[in-house]
Write a protein that binds this ligand. Structure first.
Ligand code: G
Ligand code: MN
Length: 247
């Protein structure tokens, strides 16, 4: 099936996420690139862009994952898609997601939706019911930027998620060799496991960070040391190589 990777000046890139125990590819996070303005976008612009193009992002990412599902049935990577706050608040979210999955023939458990920790813990009843409805169909939920949001530990109690994504500054701090930085990560990984979620390290930039995260029992990781974000086709080539190695 032919389909252009770009629509206008926006394009999706996919940063592979690796399983730290097996070393295999587990999935990929879809990242939106916007090439018209040349410069980087301010947060409100970014927010507006994500919500205006959000269902495009979801649709495009699910299409790509359905291609991977067909071409790499053994790998069958999960695609992680960032949701905006307005999408989370929209009562139509479960219906939209279901329709997109059906259109592309993507199994619900091959999609994980990322919401920020602040968004997740301030979510109202409608949003929480949406997430529950989606989770009951098999769609995964990931809490993004975990540890830097506005939530308190008591609010986290009521959170149900499949993945906790440990924000980059925590991983960066591993360089210092400080015991307290290590302890914080160990505690967050343990929290994830207690909640029945997988811990995902973001922004892994060195072999040393990767080794430390492995020793701490972190489940999954992404970052420049493992792979930069790739076009859908580049990601397919990477998946092919893994298949050749018997992965
Ligand atoms: O904060 P957020 O998770 O949205 O950041 C995503 C951005 O981080 C993407 O633009 C991606 O290119 C970038 N990124 C991915 N891996 C790394 C990494 O290892 N280090 C740094 N500094 N940035 C990364
Ligand atoms: Mn994210």
């Amino acid at each position: 099936m032919e389909r252009p990777a770009k629509s206008g000046k926006r394009a999706l890139y996919y940063q592979p996420i690796f399983d730290l125990e097996s070393g295999r590819i587990f999935g990929a996070e879809a990242l939106l690139r916007w090439t018209s303005s040349g410069g980087s976008l301010t947060p409100p612009e970014r927010e507006a862009l994500i919500s205006s193009s959000g269902y495009w992002v979801l649709d495009e990412a699910c299409w790509q994952a359905s291609v991977w599902q067909r071409e790499h049935p053994n790998l069958n990577p999960i695609v992680f898609v960032n949701l905006s706050e307005s999408q989370l608040q929209s009562a139509e979210l479960p219906t939209v997601v279901e329709r997109i999955l059906l259109r592309h023939g993507l199994e619900p458990d091959r999609l994980a939706l990322e919401i920020t920790e602040t968004c997740a813990t301030s979510a109202d009843g409608v949003s929480l019911r949406s997430l529950d409805a989606l989770r009951s169909t098999g769609v995964g939920v990931a809490i993004d930027d975990f540890g830097t949001g506005l939530s308190s530990l008591s609010r986290l109690r009521s959170l149900t998620a499949d993945y906790l994504k440990l924000d980059r500054p925590f991983i960066e701090a591993l360089r210092s060799g400080d015991r307290r930085d290590r302890a914080l990560l160990v505690a967050m990984i343990s929290l994830a496991h207690t909640f029945g979620a997988k811990a995902v390290a973001e922004g892994v930039e060195s072999p040393d960070q990767l080794q430390q995260l492995r020793e701490m029992g972190c489940d999954l990781a992404q970052g420049y040391h493992l792979s930069v974000p790739l076009s859908g086709e580049e990601a397919s080539v990477l998946f092919d190589r893994q298949a050749l190695r018997g992965g």
